[in-house]
Design a binder for this molecule. Structure first.
Ligand code: UDP
Length: 336
């Protein structure tokens, strides 16, 4: 088994690469625009940009040369605000990147793909506070979310046209560290921001305290990056086991979350517990575009793939804290 991992030098990708290396060969393709080569120093690493500008890159040759049997496609831009400012670039990078991967897979006769999608595909469909299921009508609220939804359509069409065997994982709020050297996310999230602030002795901004939630702050479904990495392995196995069984398969789009929501204040309380520090919430205005509550319905991945998250908020925040403290080679600005 040789798996090609695009974006394998990123935060989530590197966790998956480390798990895959325990079972077989891994080839990483990453442009290192945000990834770090030192995260994947035991895998074969090829530096390349997959977007339209570099579609001529001989990805199919690379797949043939290494006997690649499956692809996990992480390489993408994922900053929602940036996608609003630079929509064309997001389409080029995310849609163009997947296009290059699918073309190469078809040409090299590689049929298995796990695609990184996002809860951002739901947009307005995930804002009513109830857990959102994969059958909801997607209404992304950003170009980023649109590129992920288009990606799912591209995979579905490739399945019909030439037999791609695929799954898309719709990630909810990924945080934490499975290994302490892999703990710093490329795009900061509430957990990493809160930890940085606390380490500098600063309060943590809370974007809105008047939402219609139990404590007035936004609720999200935080999933441990190590659980998310396990989900990729489970889905790859599921694809291998259900090969040739396309008619039997449900729509291969899966939420990856825990099914439980935590509020911003609950996250800050967990940071206080992990750090032993006083965490001071600083209420500020709502952040534009933030839905009150986004929680995954996780029944499908549990029933079809047999995967379930094992770690909760305490482990997520605890592991992120340990990684931040251990990572003295990447200290937050102004830290002692
Ligand atoms: N948040 C916050 N303060 C921060 C960063 C985030 O209150 O400094 C809130 C944000 O409004 C959202 C939640 O924390 O409700 C998670 O935000 P994040 O950016 O981590 O992920 P998102 O849910 O936006 O993808």
């Amino acid at each position: 088994m040789t798996i090609l991992v695009t974006g394998g030098a990123g935060y989530i990708g590197a966790h998956v690469v480390r798990l895959l290396l325990q079972r077989g060969d891994v080839v990483v393709v990453d442009d290192l625009s945000t990834g770090r080569a030192d995260r994947v120093d035991h895998a074969r690493m090829v530096r390349a940009d997959l977007s339209l500008a570099a579609a001529s890159y001989p990805l199919a040759e690379l797949m043939r040369e290494h006997g690649v049997t499956g692809v996990v496609h992480f390489a993408a831009k994922k900053d929602v605000g940036e996608s609003v400012a630079r929509p064309a670039w997001y389409y080029e990078q995310n849609v163009g990147g997947l296009l290059a991967v699918l073309r190469a897979m078809e040409s090299a006769d590689v049929s298995r793909l796990v695609f990184s999608s996002s809860a951002a595909v739901y947009g307005a469909a995930a804002t009513d506070g109830r857990p959102v299921g994969e059958g909801a009508t997607c209404a992304p609220m950003s170009p980023y979310g649109e590129t992920k939804l288009v990606g799912e359509w591209m995979c579905r069409n490739a399945e019909r046209a030439w037999g791609l065997s695929w799954a898309a994982l719709r990630y909810f709020n990924v945080a934490g560290a499975g290994w302490s050297d892999l703990g710093d996310p490329t795009v900061q999230n509430l957990v990493s921001i809160a930890i940085d602030r606390v380490r500098r002795g600063e309060g943590v901004p809370v974007f809105g305290t008047d939402y219609a939630t139990a404590d007035g702050t936004c609720v999200r479904d935080y999933v441990h990056v190590a659980d998310l990495a396990d989900a990729h392995l489970a889905v790859l196995e599921h694809l291998a086991a259900s090969a040739g069984d396309a008619a039997e398969r449900t729509d291969p789009v899966f939420n990856v979350g825990t099914g439980a929501g935590s509020s911003v204040l609950e996250v800050l309380a967990a940071v206080g517990e992990a750090s032993g520090a006083d965490v001071v919430p600083l209420p500020v205005d709502r952040r534009p575009g933030d839905p009150a509550s986004v929680v995954a319905d996780v029944a499908r991945i549990r029933d079809v793939v047999g995967w379930d998250a094992k770690r909760g908020l305490r482990e997520i925040v605890g592991s992120a804290w340990e990684a931040a403290v251990a990572g003295s080679n990447h200290p937050p600005t102004g830290a002692p």
